[in-house]
Design a protein around this ligand. Structure first.
Ligand SMILES: *Cc1c(COP(=O)(O)O)cnc(C)c1O
Length: 402
């Protein structure tokens, strides 16, 4: 199964009309329902990537669709000269689920990049010049967020980027301690480095980031664009560590597929860093996006998805982790990196889509799963069986060649 004639025609038109920043897409998708999507030729796929940790409730969730339709028919957009009920309610809700103390505030953006851009400007407002970020980090593609992103291939064609950012190795407390000083405005981290291949930061390291930033009067900024909003079985991945950063950025899963980003600033000092006129966006937190996010948060809570995500994550770790050819399964909840014995993740992902499974190879030896939070064992089981067969066949083939 490699799509069909309608997929082929669509990809041809895509390549003649859409800028080539993403290369050739794998398929043209036409619709989705729950954990499945269908391509333009009607082939079905189990979506184990969830639009890269975005489609929290799966595809076309009826409650989410109804909330968006109702809001679109009531008030879709108002400028930021006006407040709206969905926006106010969403800000209150985000403070609540974040466990944010008195004085905390939310800023709304439209993407993860923009949320990090706002956090970057908060760091600048400290008046200090240095910012620390981690090797292998990914924080987005704007020239500010890109300055925080480690990968040379993403950065170098666009130099000079925003100055002042230095990279330290993840999970290296000594290196962090050495780099820290009273001229550091902020330390940016991802609790689990998603784009790096689902690489968790250790509790010890996260605690060191918290202690050192507090000691030096710098901001601890946790980019939870990928890990936030129940992805790891907690509202925020940082909650599992019992560590409260000064700033958390959110996006991907927040709108359940509707574009929205947010910055949660913890406590009065962080929350008052950006004052009237210092930052803004036309679309950020408009009532349509806010209604989509509220519907997503309500469904996660009402359906008990935090516990479900934890249980599913444990089950996948156990079953997939026991397969021959799998070294380990990293991550938490439904953000998982399956580390393979050899650098075959791209080939496995290519074979998977032909077999009807959407997965992703963020690094040469790792497959990432970030499915909808509603994924069930029955839905996932055929993938586990396929992966077992595929890895066994790949191992036999490589032994024949040796
Ligand atoms: C995806 C991602 C971003 C960028 O978000 P966009 O919505 O693509 O701009 C930033 N940080 C992390 C950790 C991400 O996973």
């Amino acid at each position: 199964m490699t799509g069909g004639p309608l997929v082929e025609q669509g990809l041809e038109r895509y390549q003649n009309a859409v800028m080539g920043t993403f290369g050739r897409p794998q398929r043209v998708l036409a619709r989705g329902e729950g954990s499945y999507v269908w391509d333009a030729d009607g082939n079905r796929y189990l979506d184990l990537l969830g639009g890269i940790a975005v489609n929290a409730l799966g595809h076309a969730d009826p409650e989410w669709v109804a909330a968006i339709a109702a809001q679109a028919g009531t008030l879709a957009h108002a400028s930021n000269f006006f407040a709206t009920e969905p926006q106010i309610a969403l800000a209150e809700r985000l403070l609540d689920i974040s466990g944010a103390p008195e004085g905390s505030r939310v800023f709304f953006a439209n993407s993860g990049t923009e949320a990090n851009e706002a956090a970057f400007k908060m760091a600048r407002r400290t008046g200090r010049t240095r910012i620390l970020a981690l090797e292998k980090s990914f924080h987005g593609r704007s020239t500010g967020a890109l300055a925080l992103t480690h990968k040379a291939a993403y950065r170098e064609p666009f130099a000079p980027l925003a100055p002042g950012v230095e990279f330290v190795p993840p999970n290296d407390v000594a290196a962090l301690t050495a780099a820290m000083g009273d001229d550091v405005s902020a330390v940016f981290i991802e609790p689990i480095q998603g784009e790096a291949g689902v690489v968790p930061l250790t509790h010890e390291f996260l605690q060191a980031v918290r202690d050192l930033t507090s000691q030096h009067g710098a901001l601890m900024i946790a980019d939870e664009v990928q890990t936030g909003i129940a992805r790891t079985g907690q509202w925020l991945a940082m909650q599992a560590h019992g560590i409260q950063p000064d700033v958390v950025t959110l996006a991907k899963g927040l709108g359940g597929g509707f574009p929205i980003g947010a910055v949660v600033a913890f406590g009065h000092d962080a929350a008052t860093m950006l004052t009237a006129g210092q930052h803004g966006t036309t679309f950020g937190g408009n009532p349509l996006a806010s209604a989509a996010a509220l519907a997503t948060l309500n469904a996660i809570e009402n359906r008990g998805l935090l516990a479900h995500v934890k249980a599913m994550g444990e089950w996948i770790k156990e079953t997939v982790g026991a397969l021959p050819g799998v070294v380990e399964v990293r991550g938490e909840g439904l953000l998982l990196g399956i580390k393979l014995e050899s650098d075959i993740s791209a080939a496995v992902a290519a074979a998977a889509i032909d077999a009807g499974f959407i997965i992703n190879p963020p690094s040469p030896d790792t497959i990432r799963l970030a499915p909808s939070l509603t994924l069930t064992r029955d839905e996932a089981q055929p993938f586990v069986a396929w992966l077992a067969d595929h890895l066994a066949a790949a191992s036999a083939a490589s032994k024949d060649n040796a």
